[in-house]
Write a protein that binds this ligand. Structure first.
Ligand code: GLA
Ligand code: ZN
Length: 668
């Protein structure tokens, strides 16, 4: 970011005074002040109120809300309201709704359900965004635009089908190229005219939502759908920019959400924001990974934590309360990994509809006299004392873990060898190791500049797109080090296999040939044995590997491929490629990665601190070390940190200091 975005940590969240009589608003202001709330995200779902009919716009209420918040010096995050359509629009123009995977065209109801290619939707959504920008864009309290809300889902309507053909023409040029890309000769599905192409849903090539007869077409449809929604975003952005060229523009993302290619999206956003909703049993490493991914989307730029619940959710099967201290710990975890805001959904709990049991800063009792409020208030005061000291602080890390959405789609669309292979789980399996070691990582795209990293970890890099193999090979030749795994180097961007032996274009660098891939059912396991003797269980998939120059680090210890290699290491140019042919249990992965890490001299931020989460951000030569205890055990403070200042308390850390569960220190 070139210009400074926020002057303080935004603390607040989704605020819907429109659901309440005006007397409540002033009470809200009084209560929020007690919690040092300085920001509100407004107008997320108010389209029907602002535009009660096709030709009528009414901003009376929003004017009042903005005036109130401006007077109170709030940093306003102004949403465009286009994620839930007014009923009149569905009634008059049924085409604005989506057709689902089964082919059912939807009526008015719910949200996040506009057909992204509907011209009517596009016209009215951008018109609304423009009107809002014209009216409020120059208000200095409006600090950020929030377009739509949690873009997602897919539409399979006829309008989209036509738009898909146009998109395909642009991508492929000729119908022959389409036939080739999708390998339509298989089952004789060859098409001769563009209008013979139908979109892949349950009525055509789609088997069910996760399975398809032709991955090539289904992956392209995902690309097209992601692009279509991104066009909606860009269209609203342009409408805003006609009136307001300054205020940063975002939309709230959802971590590893599958359907949208967030790396592509982030290029169009001024700042990334995202909604963090871990459930009671989500590992903290998983949340950390999502934060790192969100920071990685814009190459390390800090992001907004646009939503989290102060206490509980409503939409999970079991909506446990966040234990005392947990919300605070989660908030600092976000900041530790690059967030510059802490925002809640929501500020006041609604009285009806499906979110009435969703946590809020002000609960149904209507007062500040709750545990949740006290925790929110305490955090608010702390964040106020931090001022702007942490804003836009950065982290520079030596390990990059590759994440790629098109690969994600490809891996999970593919039929065979094992349906239980889940891309995000595989990424997390590796991430977790570095997390536990407190070796900080960047989550990076396949387009990243790999040379910034000592080690690039690319689990299940199934789809090797144009130039990627060359770029990885250059990186390693020039002294880079890389880890990859089973189901890598298999297909091109259209899901067609690279012939000549797995792992295709990675074969030479890895110095191996994978002859066969065995799939293990949940009740089956194999064993791997390191050359040094230790044995670990493995499951899911087992590559049967021949070395072609690589050294064997571990081999299988049972079944007909017992004694054949499973983990290998190959010197290539000035660098190394490590290959892991199976899904090995965490302890075994640890032994493997310990080896890589010690060879590369990758060090944790603080040595000997397992159990604590330790991260670092830097700003103007100042280093901030975040120490968090997510576990039940009480930990001593790592020796290295003794004598330094904890900026949350202003006190020096002594040898006697300990960290109980959810305790946080930020050390300067
Ligand atoms: C999402 C939405 C919000 C709200 C919350 C509830 O993140 O953006 O509008 O529904 O979920 O958890
Ligand atoms: Zn559609």
């Amino acid at each position: 970011m070139t210009k400074k975005v926020f002057q303080r940590i935004l603390y607040g969240g989704d605020y819907n005074p429109n659901q309440w009589p005006e007397e409540v608003w002033s009470e809200d202001m009084r209560i929020f002040k007690e919690a040092a709330i300085n920001s509100a995200t407004i107008n997320v779902f108010s389209w029907a109120k602002i535009q009660p009919s096709e030709e009528e716009y009414n901003f009376t209420e929003l004017d009042k809300i903005i005036e109130l918040l401006s007077k109170e010096n709030y940093d306003i995050v102004l949403a465009t309201s286009t994620a839930a359509l007014p009923a009149w629009m569905f009634k008059k123009y049924p085409e604005v709704g989506r057709t689902d995977f089964e082919g059912r065209h939807h009526k008015f109801g719910q949200r996040h359900n506009a057909c992204p290619n509907s011209l009517v939707y596009q016209k009215y959504a951008s018109r609304l965004a423009g009107k809002l920008a014209e009216r409020y864009g120059l208000n200095p309290h409006v600090k950020c635009w929030h377009i739509n809300n949690e873009y997602g889902g897919e539409c399979f309507c006829e309008t989209c089908e036509k738009a898909f053909r146009v998109w395909l023409k642009e991508r492929y040029g000729t119908i022959e190229a389409v036939n080739k890309a999708w390998n339509l000769e298989f089952w004789g599905h060859t098409v001769y005219e563009w209008d013979e192409i139908v979109l892949p849903n349950a009525l055509s090539e789609g088997i069910d939502y996760e399975n398809t007869a032709f991955a090539g077409i289904s992956i392209d449809y995902r690309r097209f759908n992601s692009d279509s929604m991104l066009n909606n975003f860009k269209m609203e952005r342009e409408a805003i920019r006609n009136f307001d060229q300054e205020t940063p523009i975002t939309t709230n993302l959802m971590g590893t959400y599958k359907l949208l290619d967030y790396f592509k999206w982030a290029k169009e956003m001024d700042i990334v924001s995202w909604d963090n909703y871990p459930s009671y049993n989500t590992p903290t490493s998983y949340s950390a990974m999502c934060h790192d991914l969100m920071r990685g989307l814009k190459d390390g730029q800090s992001f907004m934590l646009m939503e989290q619940t102060p206490s509980q959710q409503n939409w999970q099967p079991y909506n446990s309360l966040k234990r005392p201290g947990k919300m605070r710990a989660q908030s600092y975890q976000a900041i530790a990994h690059g967030a510059d805001t802490v925002q809640f959904f929501q500020l006041r709990r609604s009285i009806g509809a499906c979110e009435k049991f969703h946590g809020a800063v002000i609960e149904h009792v209507g007062t500040e006299n709750t545990r949740v409020f006290r925790e929110v208030a305490e955090l608010g005061k702390e964040l106020t004392t931090l001022g702007d000291s942490l804003l836009e602080a950065v982290s520079t890390n030596k390990v990059g873990i590759v994440f790629d959405w098109e690969n994600y789609w490809g891996v999970e669309y593919t039929s065979g060898p094992n349906k239980d292979l889940k891309y995000v789980d595989q990424i997390h399996h590796y991430y977790e190791y570095f997390y536990k070691k407190n070796i900080p990582v960047d989550m990076i795209s396949v387009d990243s500049d790999f040379s910034k990293y000592d080690l690039v970890v690319a689990p299940v890099l199934y789809m090797i797109k144009e130039q990627l193999a060359e770029r990885l090979s250059e990186y390693v030749k020039n002294g880079g080090h890389m880890i990859t795994t089973f189901m890598s180097g298999i297909v091109n961007e259209s899901d067609n296999v690279y012939l000549g032996g797995y792992p295709g274009p990675l074969r030479e660098m890895a110095g191996i040939w994978v002859e066969e891939i065995d799939a293990l059912a949940p009740e089956q396991t194999n064993t791997i044995a390191f050359e040094t003797g230790e044995e670990y269980e493995c499951q899911l998939l087992c590559d049967i590997i021949h070395t072609e120059g690589a050294e064997v680090v571990a081999h299988y210890a049972s079944d007909f491929y017992s004694d054949t290699p499973v983990i290998t290491k190959n010197e290539f140019g000035k660098g190394t490629v490590w290959y892991n042919g199976t899904h090995v249990e965490a302890e075994g992965l640890k032994q493997f990665l310990d080896l890589v890490v010690s060879e590369r001299s990758l060090t944790p931020i603080v040595e000997q601190a397992e159990g604590l989460e330790i991260t670092k951000r830097m700003k103007n030569d100042k280093e901030f070390i975040f120490v968090l205890n997510n576990n039940k055990e009480i930990y001593d403070i790592p020796k290295k940190l003794v004598g330094k200042k904890n900026i949350l308390t202003g006190k020096m850390i002594t040898e006697k200091d300990t960290l109980a569960q959810f305790d946080v220190m930020i050390i300067e």
